[in-house]
Design a protein around this ligand. Structure first.
Ligand code: PLP
Length: 374
């Protein structure tokens, strides 16, 4: 291969910039202006050490304040550590507090990375089933019998789940966890940074959030909040380097992603105050979709921007359309809309989080038009 063959590597570009984006995984990770500046400022590898030259990251006043004061208050946790993302956080907790062969209990709507993390640790996973179509509800009361039966060393709740955007009764599960003295982890990939949430209020031992998913950050980065009773376990030190936290390989704090997470934090504090407005938009959107014969699954009225729709009418069109099942993707793109997985017509998920009310009206009009003319 000659040099010219690699020129394409210098020309990476995005195809969806400027469109109305309904992709749930992208809706909460858009950078603020401040974070964009931080991204450039700290783009050079390890340039973050220039914040307070000569100090380790954890000793730098601004980073110390962020991790030891701002984040714990924000999460309702005693201690917070920066992690690489939710999946790494889940792994860290499982790896620290369970042993291979243990049983853990998770909700049936869990993310696949929960299962992968458990597999890497060598755990047996028991799932609390959801109620099936149409609500796919997790009844947290169902954890109780399974706790009695399996004596799990950890219970996990996905709040909300990444398919239906359902918000189970996390507080009630906290009471159950206390009653049976079982450690309780909340996966807040779609809540931390979008909506107000407090680990303590839910009676949980751990809470995990994702920078790239919901905290207006570049990523890969996340936050892991814990109750102080886990300090000795989670933050256990290396025998060889007694200053270093073993589970975090010394420290997960590094570079660009951290700079964006910090720079976006004031904005995150403000945006969670507007959560009611987000829920209102989602509920309005759901009602309008249903008027078009598209059926929203999951909690109803819905309490989160992430929603799953069964969309039989689009499937019927796809059977006769020259662009087959990709027609919906093309038709939406023509109208400046992206984020629904190309090729899906029978059902899809979307998020209303990144769009304004006017943009959501545009989306509804687009669906209406496509149904009429395709
Ligand atoms: C996106 C997602 C994850 C993975 O998040 P990362 O921070 O990218 O590891 C985990 N759980 C749920 C519910 C998610 O939606």
């Amino acid at each position: 291969m000659n040099k010219e063959d690699f020129k394409k590597f210098e020309k990476l570009e995005r195809k969806n910039k400027g469109l109305i984006n309904l992709n749930p995984i992208q809706a909460g990770g858009k950078l603020t202006k401040a974070a964009e500046n931080a991204l450039i400022e700290f783009g050079d590898g390890y340039s973050i050490y220039d914040i307070s030259p000569g100090l380790e990251l954890m000793e730098m006043p601004i980073i110390k304040e962020f991790i030891q004061d701002a984040l714990p208050k924000f999460l309702g946790a005693d201690i917070v550590r920066i992690i690489l993302g939710v999946r790494e956080g889940i792994f860290i907790v499982m790896h620290s507090i369970t042993k291979p062969g243990d049983i853990i209990l998770v909700d049936g709507n869990r993310h696949y990375t929960t299962i992968i993390a458990a597999e890497r640790v060598g755990l047996k996973v028991v799932e609390v089933p959801n109620s099936g179509e149409p609500k796919y509800k997790i009844r947290v009361e169902d954890y109780e019998d399974l706790i009695k039966k399996h004596k799990p060393s950890l219970i996990l709740l996905t709040y909300p789940d990444g398919n239906y955007g359902n918000l189970p009764d996390a507080k009630k599960l906290g009471e159950i966890a206390k009653k049976y003295k079982v450690p309780y982890l909340i996966n807040g990939a779609y809540s931390v940074g979008r909506m107000p949430i407090s680990m303590k209020e839910f009676g949980a031992d751990f809470i995990i959030g994702s920078g790239q998913k919901s905290m207006a950050s570049a990523g890969p980065i996340g936050v892991l909040g814990m109750d102080k009773k886990w300090e000795k376990v989670l933050l256990r030190k290396s025998k060889i380097y007694p200053q270093q936290e073993l589970e975090f390989l010394g420290s997960e704090l590094r570079g660009t992603a951290l700079a964006t997470l910090i720079a976006s934090f004031p904005f995150i504090l403000e945006r969670i105050k507007n959560w009611n407005k987000q829920v209102e938009n989602a509920q309005w959107f759901s009602r309008e979709m249903e008027k078009l014969g598209l059926k929203q699954m999951g909690d109803k009225p819905h309490k989160h921007d992430l929603m799953f729709f069964k969309t039989e009418p689009f499937y019927k069109i796809s059977l006769k359309h020259p662009k087959t099942r990709f027609f919906l993707h093309y038709e939406l793109k023509k109208r400046g809309i992206t984020g629904i997985k190309p090729g899906l017509t029978k059902h899809f998920k979307l998020s209303t989080f990144a769009a304004s009310k006017e943009e959501l009206e545009k989306v509804i009009d687009a669906f209406k038009e496509i149904l009429k003319t395709a």
